[in-house]
Design a protein around this ligand. Structure first.
Ligand code: WT7
Length: 637
C-alpha cells in the first residue's frame, strides 16, 4: 500500500520490512507523526524493556483517540458513512455518518460525565454490535475513561468477575439483544451480575427492542437521558500511555486476564495494519464479522477503520440466519469490499453447498480475510474459489488479544506478492518473529519449527495485565528471556514464511474463541458429584477445537451419565458462556498422570482424536489408565 507506507523511496515489502526492524524508531516515529493527530507531540518513540515488561511508546505525546477517529473526518467529509449497522433482521440496516457518530459520541460523553465518570474510571459495556456500542467506546475515549467490553454471550458470573476486576462504576447495556431471530434478555443478565458488584453506581440501558424492562434506581434510560445532552463534548488530552481499554482473555492458568491497551500505540498499529494488510482504500466497505466483544471487533470493526476514515459494518446476526446465504446476501446488499471472517464459519457454510453463495452478487468483494484459528486447506480453497470466484486474495491473519493488531499476514503491503494457501506467511512491519527450541535457543536459518516469539517491541502490544503486572511478566517475558512469547508454535518454511501450528499451552480455541482448560476445570469441579476432572481441546470439524471433559466421580456417587452431562453443560453455560459448553463428557475411574501427579492432557487428546501413536507414555505413573480411558471412549462414540 504505497500511500500508507514508503520510506526513502523503498516501497517493496521486504525492503520496507527490513527498514522497519532496523530503523524501528525512525519507522514508527515517522508513521505516528504522519498518521495521527496530536494535541502535543511526543519526545521519545519507544521506551521498552522486556525483562521488566515495560512497554512505552510515544511518551509525553498527548492526543485524543475519538478526535482521531471522528472529528478530523467530520472536518473533511461529514456525510461519509462511518458505520453500517447490519441488524439481525435482513434488509433493515442503519447507516450512521461521521457527523452523526460524533454527535452520538459527544452526547454519550456528556451523559457519562454527568453520571460522574471521568479520567481513571472504567466503564463496562455489555452490548451487541451496534452504533451505540461504538459511540460508547469512543465516548469513553473522549472523556478519558477506560472501556471494558464484555462479549454479550458471556454469563452473569463471567460478567460479574470482569466488572469486579475492573471496579467499573458504570455498565452500559440494552434491554434485550436480538440474534438469529431470538430475543436475549441482556439487561436481566446485567441485573444478576451487578448484584455482587458494589463498585457499580449506574447501569445505562438502551432500547434495542420495544419490550419494557424493570428499571431500578440504579438504571438510567440511555436514549432519553442522552437526548438531554449537548452535541459538543470537549475531548480530554490523553497521554500516549494512558489506558484506552481493558479486554479479558483466557490463559492457561487462573482466571481470565484483563489485558491493557493504551492510546497512541494501539491506535497507530490498528489503523496501519487495517490499511496495509487489507489494502483498504477510501470508499471501500469493510465487513468484519467479529463481535465487538473480541479484540478483532475492537481493532477491525472500530478503531482501525474509523481512524482511517473508513466505512465499517457492525454485524449483529449469525452466518445462518435466516439461512446459510446471510453473509453473501449482506455482501450484495451493502456492497462489502472486504470480508473478514473466521474459519469456523467458513467450514460451517461450505457444508451447506455452493448455491447459497452463488445466489448472490459478490462482485463488490476485493479481499477475503481470515482470523482466529488456522484455516484448513478445504476451507481456504472454498473461500477462495467459491466465495471469491478465484479472484480475491485470501488473507490469513495471525495475531492475538495481546498483540493489538495483525502481526503476520500474506500481504502487509505489495498487492502482488505471492500467497501460499493456509499460511499467514509474512511478518508485518516492525515485527521480528523468532522461533525458539525447548532450551530457549533461537533456531537459525529458515526451515524450522519452534515456539513463536517476537524479539522487538511494537506499538500495538498490550502493556500489562490489569492489577497483575507480575503475571504479565511471567506469562509473556519469562518463558524466553529477551522475547515476547506468544503461546503458539510455528513452522518457518525454507522461503522464510510462517505457518502457525497451534497453542503450546493449555488454551483451547473453540470457534476462534480462547478458553483455558483450568478455567473450565474450575467450573466442573463445582459439581458435587465430581472429585477430579481434566478438560481438553481436540480437533473438531467445524469448531476447530471441541471441548472434551473427563471426570472422576467422588467415592460412592452413582449418577446417570446423561444427567451428569446435562448438569455440567448447564454449569459451564451459567459460569462462563454457552460457546464453552462441553462437546462430550466421559466418566473415568482414574486420570492419566505423571509420577509427580500432573494430569497428562496431551494423551487424553490423542485418545479422543483416535491417534495410533499415543506418544511417550514412559512418564506415566500407570499406563493401564490410558487403556481404560480408550475403552470407555469407544463406548461413548
Ligand atoms: C490465538 C489468539 C486474532 C484475534 C482473534 C483471536 C489463534 C489467531 C490465527 C491464525 C492460526 C490463529 C492463536 C492465537 N490464532 N489467529 N490466523 N492462524 N491461529 O484472538 O482470542 O487472543 O486468540 O488465536 O492460537 O494465539 P485471541
Amino acid at each position: 500500500m504505497p500511500e500508507a507506507v514508503a520510506f526513502q523511496g523503498v516501497t517493496d515489502h521486504s525492503g520496507l520490512h527490513e527498514f522497519s526492524v532496523r530503523e524501528t524508531d525512525t519507522f514508527w516515529g515517522t508513521l505516528a507523526h504522519q498518521r495521527l493527530s496530536w494535541i502535543s507531540p511526543f519526545n521519545t518513540v519507544q521506551n521498552c524493556d522486556f525483562s521488566q515488561g515495560k512497554i512505552k511508546w510515544f511518551e509525553s505525546g498527548k492526543l485524543n483517540v475519538s478526535v482521531n477517529c471522528l472529528d478530523r473526518h467530520v472536518h473533511t467529509y461529514p456525510e461519509r458513512v462511518a458505520l453500517i449497522w447490519e441488524r439481525d433482521e435482513p434488509g433493515t440496516e442503519v447507516k450512521v455518518t461521521y457527523r452523526e457518530l460524533l454527535e452520538l459520541t459527544c452526547r454519550l460523553g456528556n451523559l457519562l460525565k454527568r453520571q460522574g465518570v471521568g479520567k481513571g474510571d472504567c466503564v463496562t459495556l455489555y452490548l451487541p454490535p451496534c452504533p451505540l456500542a461504538v459511540a460508547s467506546m469512543l465516548a469513553c475515549a473522549r472523556i478519558g475513561a477506560a472501556h471494558n467490553v464484555v462479549f454479550a454471550g458471556f454469563s452473569a458470573g463471567a460478567l460479574a468477575d470482569r466488572v469486579r476486576d475492573t471496579q467499573s462504576s458504570t455498565v452500559i447495556t440494552v434491554n434485550q439483544g436480538v440474534r438469529g431471530g431470538k430475543v436475549i434478555d441482556l439487561k436481566k443478565t446485567v441485573d444478576q451480575a451487578v448484584q455482587n458488584c458494589p463498585s457499580v453506581r449506574q447501569v445505562l440501558v438502551a432500547m434495542r427492542t420495544e419490550n419494557t424492562v424493570v428499571m431500578t434506581d440504579r438504571d438510567v434510560p440511555l436514549e432519553e437521558e442522552m437526548m438531554k445532552e449537548n452535541v459538543v463534548c470537549d475531548p480530554v488530552a490523553m497521554d500516549s500511555e494512558d489506558v484506552l481499554f481493558l479486554l479479558y482473555t483466557s490463559g492457561s492458568t487462573g482466571k481470565p486476564k484483563g489485558l491493557v491497551h493504551t492510546q497512541a500505540g494501539y491506535l497507530l498499529y490498528a489503523s496501519i495494519t487495517h490499511r496495509s494488510v487489507f489494502s483498504y482504500q477510501d470508499g471501500d466497505v469493510f465487513g468484519c464479522m467479529a463481535d465487538i466483544g473480541w479484540i478483532t471487533g475492537h481493532s477491525y470493526s472500530v478503531y482501525g477503520p474509523l481512524c482511517n476514515g473508513g466505512t465499517t459494518v457492525l454485524f449483529e446476526s449469525t452466518p445462518v440466519y435466516p439461512d446459510p446465504g446471510r453473509y453473501w446476501e449482506t455482501v450484495e446488499r451493502l456492497g462489502i469490499s472486504h470480508f473478514y471472517g473466521a474459519p469456523t464459519a467458513i467450514r460451517l457454510l461450505l457444508k451447506y453447498g455452493d448455491e447459497w453463495v452463488q445466489k448472490y452478487d459478490r462482485s463488490s468483494l476485493k479481499t477475503l480475510g481470515s482470523v482466529g484459528e488456522p484455516i484448513n486447506t478445504e476451507a481456504w480453497d472454498w473461500y477462495h474459489q467459491v466465495v471469491g470466484d478465484g479472484r480475491c486474495p485470501v488473507i490469513d491473519t495471525w495475531w492475538q488479544t495481546e498483540t493489538g493488531g495483525i502481526c503476520i499476514a500474506p500481504r502487509p503491503s505489495d498487492p502482488d506478492s505471492e500467497i501460499v494457501p493456509g499460511m499467514a506467511m509474512r511478518p508485518f512491519y516492525g515485527i521480528k518473529p523468532t522461533l525458539l527450541d525447548a532450551k530457549g535457543e533461537s533456531l537459525p536459518g529458515c526451515e524450522s519449527t519452534g515456539a513463536l516469539c517476537i524479539s522487538l517491541a511494537w506499538p500495538g502490544m498490550a502493556r500489562t495485565i490489569h492489577n497483575d503486572h507480575q503475571r504479565f511478566i511471567e506469562t509473556y517475558f519469562q518463558p524466553y528471556p529477551g522475547y515476547f512469547f506468544t503461546g503458539d508454535g510455528a513452522h518457518r518454511t525454507k522461503e522464510g514464511y510462517y505457518q502457525i501450528v497451534g497453542r503450546l499451552d493449555d488454551v483451547i480455541n473453540v470457534s476462534g474463541h480462547r478458553l483455558g482448560t483450568a478455567e473450565l476445570e474450575d467450573v466442573v469441579s463445582l459439581c458435587p458429584a465430581v472429585a477430579e476432572s481434566a478438560v481438553i481441546g481436540y480437533s473438531h470439524d467445524i469448531k476447530g477445537e471441541g471441548v472434551g471433559v473427563f471426570v472422576v466421580l467422588k467415592r460412592g456417587v452413582q449418577i446417570d451419565q446423561d444427567v451428569l452431562a446435562q448438569q455440567l453443560r448447564e454449569m459451564v453455560s451459567r459460569n462462563i458462556a454457552k460457546y464453552a459448553s462441553p462437546d462430550f463428557i466421559q466418566v473415568v475411574r482414574r486420570l492419566p498422570k505423571t509420577r509427580s501427579g500432573k494430569i497428562m492432557r496431551r494423551i487424553l487428546r490423542k485418545v479422543v482424536e483416535q491417534k495410533d501413536d499415543l506418544g511417550d507414555l514412559s512418564t506415566l505413573d500407570d499406563s493401564e489408565v490410558v487403556y481404560e480411558v480408550i475403552r470407555g471412549h469407544q463406548k461413548l462414540r
